[in-house]
Write a new protein. Structure first.
Length: 384
């Protein structure tokens, strides 16, 4: 089977993570990389051993050798690159969010629906083995879900001297913590439940209305100190809490924070159903807790011999060999390119396991509703 040729747009953390994960798949081949300048692209191509380098993303998309595009750029570039890739008929895997606003993502949804190529959004947490196991157990053993709760908490913006481009709405969009990490919680829980969030009530907060931006832009996680920084007004949220209703009436709540000391990337959820409660924590991804009232609680470990067939397919090493974030990303790419291969063979795709452009657009609508709810202090329906 001929490998699928992939082009990477971007050279930062996301791009390097995508490259590492893709190289663990035997049926893809990274042939090109693009950056904001030819010099940066050539440096990245040398570093990663990629044959072609482009100083303009349009040249990469126009390259006839590139069959699939990974968009690993800053948020402000997501829409124009995604649109160009879809219009060119390329397969597309975009980092989230799809665009700067839901009007743009609606256009991408329309283009994706018209395209013969496949497209996806990088909501990677649904591709952990024990997240899949939670989904399977819930479908198999629960008749009714009572409540869903959890959140996603970090500490990388704890201090007012912490600064990053995501704090600039012109580059990031009108929402920060909710759009950045809250979107991951929403997608993961909707996937596990098989239900959509349709209504929200939100209370958001900006802990540091003024931050100190380094005069010279550095790494992703920059720190601005008094002698080399300037004060910047901050209008996006550092976190907040959101009540949610799902389309079957299930109630839920989640908390988002980028200012919680000691928490690095804690995406966690609990799903309380009629016969059990399921709990999973991304910082301890190889354990799924199952709580019961009429019997002993359980802790399911990431061992393919102990998981459902659906979840075992996402666990690649024997029990006791821990897997985590890079493996979930690889699983997403395996699902995406596996679907492309099946499509090329003329096979039926069925229900796709990865987040589609339509899913990404719905998440943009959820973020819209959360921002509106915070402004109006009332329940807001998520627009179609």
């Amino acid at each position: 089977m001929k490998p699928i040729n992939v082009g990477i747009i971007g050279t930062g953390f996301s791009a390097s993570s995508h490259i590492e994960a893709l190289r663990r798949l035997p049926f893809v081949n990274i042939v090109a990389i693009a950056s904001s300048s030819q010099e940066k692209a050539e440096e990245a191509a040398r570093r990663f051993g990629i044959p072609k380098a482009y100083g303009d993303y349009r040249a990469l998309i126009d390259d006839p050798d590139v069959e699939a595009v990974h968009n690993c750029t800053r948020n402000v570039l997501h829409f124009p690159i995604n649109k160009a890739a879809l219009e060119a008929g390329k397969h597309l895997l975009s980092e989230k969010p799809l665009a700067m606003d839901s009007e743009q993502s609606a256009e991408l949804k329309r283009l994706a629906a018209q395209s013969e190529s496949l497209s996806a959004v990088c909501f990677n947490y649904r591709h952990y083995p024990l997240v899949v196991e939670a989904k399977e157990r819930l479908a198999r053993e629960a008749k009714r879900v009572h409540f869903v709760y959890g959140g996603y908490v970090q500490d990388w913006l704890l201090y007012d001297t912490d600064y990053n481009w995501r704090l600039d709405p012109a580059q990031n969009g009108p929402s920060r913590a909710i759009a950045d990490i809250g979107s991951h919680w929403c997608d993961t829980v909707q996937y596990v439940l098989g239900k959509k969030i349709v209504e929200v009530f939100a209370d958001l907060r900006t802990v540091h209305p003024v931050r100190y931006k380094p005069k010279q832009e550095g790494s992703t996680f920059a720190s601005g100190h008094a002698q080399d920084a300037e004060p910047v007004q901050i209008d996006t949220e550092d976190g907040g809490s959101v009540l949610v209703h799902f389309d079957d009436g299930t109630h839920g709540a989640f908390t988002i924070s980028q200012v919680s000391a000691g928490r690095k990337n804690r995406l966690y959820f609990e799903i309380a159903a009629d016969e059990m409660t399921l709990a999973w924590d991304q910082e301890h991804p190889n354990r799924l807790w199952v709580g019961r009232r009429s019997g002993p609680n359980e802790e399911i470990v990431r061992d393919p011999a102990l998981l459902s067939p659906q979840a075992a397919a996402y666990a690649h090493y024997p029990g006791g060999h821990e897997e985590g974030w890079p493996d979930g990303l690889k699983n997403l790419f395996r699902d995406f390119y596996g679907a492309i291969i099946r499509k090329q063979r003329g096979e039926a795709l069925g229900e796709l396991p990865f987040a589609t452009i339509a899913d990404g657009h719905h998440t943009m609508r959820i973020v819209d509703a959360i921002l509106e709810s915070h402004r109006t202090k009332q329940w807001v329906r998520v627009a179609e």
